[in-house]
Design a protein around this ligand. Sequence first.
Ligand code: CO8
Length: 258
Amino acid sequence: MAYQTIVVEIEDEVAVIRLDRPEALNALNMALLTELSDALAEADRNDKVRCIIITGSEKAFAAGADIREMADKSFVDVFTGDMFTGPIEAIMRVRKPIIAAVSGYALGGGCELAMACDFIICAENAKFGQPEINLGVVAGIGGTQRLTRFVGKSKAMDMNLTGRFMDAAEAERSGLVSRVVPTPKLMAEAMSAARKIAEKSQVTVRVVKESVNRSYETTLREGLLFERRLFHALFATEDQKEGMAAFLEKREPQFRDR
Ligand code: CO8
């Protein structure tokens, strides 16, 4: 499918979705968010895709929601239109793993988009922030909620109240990102992580994603029960037999996703 604001490439069973509005530092306008939702749904359906990467340019992952597009909207416009709800829910519906590969600015909705992915790998030049307060608004898709869970209350308050940016080293120290890599190596590292995931049993991959995500939605006791039952259930798969047999026979497993 031809898109105007994103570029999608599939390589080695990995769909790379690149945000592509360089003139606005990949600001998230409705056209981009709609195309991103469509591309994610398409990648989720495509049997040849086993992992997804969302990335931007070297200068910007995304500098936030498009301020030009939002500036003149009224409360009624954004409330009745339920602004941004559809696209962000479309991301949450994707069952395949999504890696955010972040270089440069990930601000406002850009930081929130990265946090809505399953994990973030960032380049040394990355800068994360929730500067909505400078515009007279508040974060709208997770900047006060997901960020608080990732980095704790103190840093989330600091970032949302002062609008300051967090650099890559602080983001890694605080648990916002899983790894920081040299800027020129960002895509190679993200692809390597995605390829590793693509080699695993896709049944197990989905179970991992569901189980980790469940930890955000439930109590520890319920989450542990959910995890244990999924662990038990995986003994019904051929891939569990293959994985354990391969270990004992000292060979690489040949998973068949069943
Ligand atoms: N929206 C629209 N255009 C933008 C945005 C944006 N968020 N960010 C940058 N641009 C445009 C600039 O207007 C400029 O365009 P032009 O050349 O036509 O004037 C171009 O991109 C380049 O930007 P700068 O000249 O400002 O580049 P600098 O390198 O000087 O500065 C910064 C880079 C620091 C990133 C700066 O552009 C900036 O502060 N941008 C705004 C960051 C921001 O406030 N983000 C939060 C937006 S609000 C938001 O995200 C609400 C989230 C709610 C839910 C979202 C769901 C998706």
